[in-house]
Design a protein around this ligand. Sequence first.
Ligand SMILES: C[S@@+](CC[C@H](N)C(=O)[O-])C[C@H]1O[C@@H](n2cnc3c(N)ncnc32)[C@H](O)[C@@H]1O
Length: 280
Amino acid sequence: MHTSDRHDIEIDLFRRALMLRHGYDFTGYAPASFKRRVLALQAAVQAPTVSRLTERLLHEDGFVRTVIGRLSVPVSEMFRDPSVFRALREDVMPVLATWPQINIWQAGCAHGEEVYSLAIVLRECGLYERAHIFATDFSEEALARAEEGIYPLHEARAYSDNYLRAGGTGSLSDWYVARYNRIKLDESLRKRVTFARHNLVSDGVFGEMQLIVCRNVLIYFGDDLQERALGLFRDSLVHGGFLCLGNRESLAYSAMADDFERLSEETAIYRRGIRARRTI
Ligand SMILES: C[S@@+](CC[C@H](N)C(=O)[O-])C[C@H]1O[C@@H](n2cnc3c(N)ncnc32)[C@H](O)[C@@H]1O
């Protein structure tokens, strides 16, 4: 047997242990990227083999939190892809303003960078008080960081540039205090945010949303899982609601494509067809 075969078997057993012992199902993830993440986890916790990871997963309380934290790639930034936030501000917010209550689901919120960015846009557009942001992720570690709203000071310059390019009307520094080598986002931005664990693999539809933002999450999924997640999004949106995907993601190959209209070629923001019928 080749070493690579043994590796694949170990990774398969690890995946099964995650599912059987802890209920996290990674079967639908893109295999190559999942394998890379497991090997990175192995290196990070200095496990001699992937089987050692599996053993710890089965016997060590709390190790699963580290595992999910490491497998989840919680990489983000405030106002990431500023043109998307500009489009949200200029094209989507005016429509959201026509609803009395604005529900927003931010799926795959990582450490909260996008959540606070959205909150700032809503504040600056005068819509925050009637908005509610449901910020979800499957990683408890990521959610705990997101709730803190604390980021390294050295990111502030890039975040500020993004904010201005996204059409920010003030200065990003109006929204945080800097202390030592960190910045802390204004607590008031959290007032209308609920952080919750939600797994796009196994959990269900999420209320009646006017806007769903899920960026740079589907890229880790295989085709079937992408389709499941897109189905959840469609069925969680009110008619005329908006879906914002990442710049490398689209509805192009999805059976869901007919239910949406794309706002422009520049961003992956879609509007659920007014005439499209709910399928659940
Ligand atoms: C690369 S980050 C994207 C962060 C942010 N949306 C952005 O675009 O900057 C991917 C996030 O998706 C989350 N994620 C991965 N699989 C998930 C799943 N099955 N259910 C919910 N969240 C998931 C990860 O924990 C991680 O925080």
